[in-house]
Design a protein around this ligand. Structure first.
Ligand SMILES: [Zn+2]
Length: 540
């Protein structure tokens, strides 16, 4: 937990301008308004697969606001809802074959893609929940399915059904596009015959039961069975369509603060409709809105380079959790976060920026910047004592030189032995430095081929077989990026762990366990030399 003083001490004047960390500014605005009490921050997501790194922006924006409220000395709550009653409306490519048959079913009624989980929704919720917890997001996780099945939504369902005309009017008025449909009621029930929820249309409500039809062509992604029936809308038999479901959650829980990505927060979008439904149908205050910008990553490169994905669960393989928090936390929610780590110095720059904020925190020199550092921490804040920070750039430089003992090197630079905190920082940077060199470093970093094949290099048969096939790739004269991809594919084809395959290349050419992107390395060296060295290593 972050435990930091009262709010007033955190402001400071710079050239006459009052500066305040963005989340503190929002918290202050919320508190000063005298509204939005009790302070209940909420965010939610439908998981039909692994979410992308970009989808962390929402949970982070809400987490920073939640913590800023707590730091300001007020009580606050933060819930994160998994919309697990939603229909499966898309299937991730890797699951298409097995799971397309479940399109239209509630996610909770689809089997788990892996053993050990009761269903599809729970599998992905557990996975994403772990990711969020590892990144220090301290929300209480809730299941929408459970709330519906507990009957918590019965009252709002009745209100929505009783106001179906009004809801359609609001849709039309706010979005300006939707035509009024006859015989449409704001509810979808689970078809008693085929079990799908995405395909049913409710057309009548008599105050007790709803009449519905499971329509063959209601949606493009699933087919209904044609069944018609009458059923109670309560207790988990049905759910509200998501534009109504969203503000209904606010009412059921008592949410007072919830933002949305700019796609939903645009004028006439779902957030505007929700605000109107709060006023006209559910009779609650519209929660404090945070229309946040996107997180943009060098998408194309990122997804093709060595088969790296863009999943949120991969984030901690890219950067330490505190640096990820820093990346998301340093930018005001109203601005896009742009981050392109592949083939750039973005990651070393990010570490430098982090160190600058760390120093400001220790020295108390710039409170605005120090707050960014505080918000990046998971668990207790470090002591405010002089700390030697091994610079990430230096770490990766030394990692590229053979035979450097990092601890000794940095003790030399510091002029003293490293304490436990410093040693831990160094070990973390060593780990992520190796990852950076192998996966993200620019191709023009300096590297030198070892003068001869080191006698200490030991390759097993798998590695030799891999290197032998690499000779064919080199002969093709590919570009660096293309070669990188082919090397990766080759390791997959041969069933050799990628790391093991690439280590063989680094050992043979650099006499080290790691290095820059192998494609770039091999292309930068004279072709004849590369082939000669590969042949030599295979014979060894
Ligand atoms: Zn059906």
């Amino acid at each position: 937990m972050l435990c930091i003083f009262a709010s007033g001490s955190r402001t400071q004047r710079k050239g006459g301008v009052l500066r305040l960390y963005w989340a503190d500014r929002v918290a202050k605005e919320i508190i000063d308004s005298g509204k939005f009490k009790p302070y209940w921050v909420d965010d939610m997501k439908t998981l039909s697969g692994y979410p992308t790194i970009g989808s962390l922006r929402g949970p982070f924006v809400h987490d920073f606001i939640y913590k800023a409220l707590q730091n300001a000395g007020v009580e606050a709550k933060y819930t994160y809802i998994f919309n697990d009653f939603d229909p499966m409306d898309e299937v991730p490519p890797e699951l298409k074959e097995k799971f397309s048959q479940y399109l239209g079913f509630p996610l909770k009624n689809v089997p788990s893609p892996k053993e050990g989980f009761p269903n599809y929704a729970d599998f992905f919720a557990a996975d994403f929940g772990n990711v969020l917890r590892e990144l220090g997001i301290e929300a209480e996780f809730l299941s929408s399915w459970e709330m519906y099945h507990n009957g918590d939504f019965d009252e709002v369902i009745k209100e929505a059904l009783d106001n179906s005309e009004k809801i359609q009017d609001i849709y039309q008025k706010v979005s300006g596009s939707q035509k009024k449909e006859l015989g449409w009621l704001p509810l979808q029930v689970v078809c008693e015959k085929c079990g799908k929820i995405g395909t049913t249309r409710v057309f009548e409500w008599d105050g007790k039961l709803v009449s519905y039809k499971c329509e063959e062509n209601l949606v493009k992604w699933a087919k209904g069975c044609g069944h018609e029936g009458k059923i109670s809308p309560f207790g988990g038999n049905g759910k509200l369509p998501w534009k109504v479901d969203w503000p209904a959650h606010w009412k059921v829980l008592g949410v007072t603060i919830e933002g949305a990505g700019k796609d939903h927060a645009s004028k006439g979008g779902a957030r505007d409709i929700a605000a109107e439904l709060c006023k006209e149908v559910f009779h609650i205050e519209n929660p404090y809105n945070l229309p946040y910008e996107f997180f943009l990553i060098g998408g194309r490169k990122m997804s093709t380079s060595k088969g790296l994905g863009l999943k949120a669960r991969d984030a901690k393989d890219l950067l330490p959790p505190s640096i990820i928090r820093f990346l998301f936390g340093r930018t005001d929610y109203k601005q896009a976060v742009e981050f392109d780590p592949v083939g750039t110095m973005a990651i070393p720059d990010l570490f430098d920026e982090y160190d600058r904020c760390y120093k400001a925190y220790i020295e108390g020199s710039d409170e605005d910047i120090a707050r960014i550092f505080e918000m990046s921490q998971i668990g207790d804040l470090p002591k405010k004592e002089s700390t030697f920070l091994p610079r990430f750039r230096d770490v990766v430089n030394y990692l590229q030189q053979p035979g450097v003992d990092l601890t000794k090197k940095f003790e030399e630079l510091k002029g003293d032995s490293l304490n436990e905190v410093e040693e831990n920082i160094l070990r973390e940077r060593e780990k992520y430095g190796k990852i950076w060199l192998e996966k993200y470093a620019p191709e023009n970093l300096n590297f030198q081929m070892s003068s001869s094949l080191s006698s200490s290099v030991e390759l097993d048969e798998e590695q030799k077989s891999f290197l032998s096939d690499v000779i064919n790739l080199i002969e093709k004269g590919l570009e660096a990026e293309e070669l990188q991809k082919e090397l990766y594919n080759l390791s997959k084809e041969k069933g050799i762990p990628t790391k093991k395959a690439f280590t063989a290349i680094y050992q043979v050419f650099l006499g080290k366990e790691h290095g820059p992107k192998a494609g770039a390395l091999l292309v930068s060296l004279p072709k004849e030399e590369v082939i000669k060295r590969l042949k030599e290593s295979v014979k060894k």
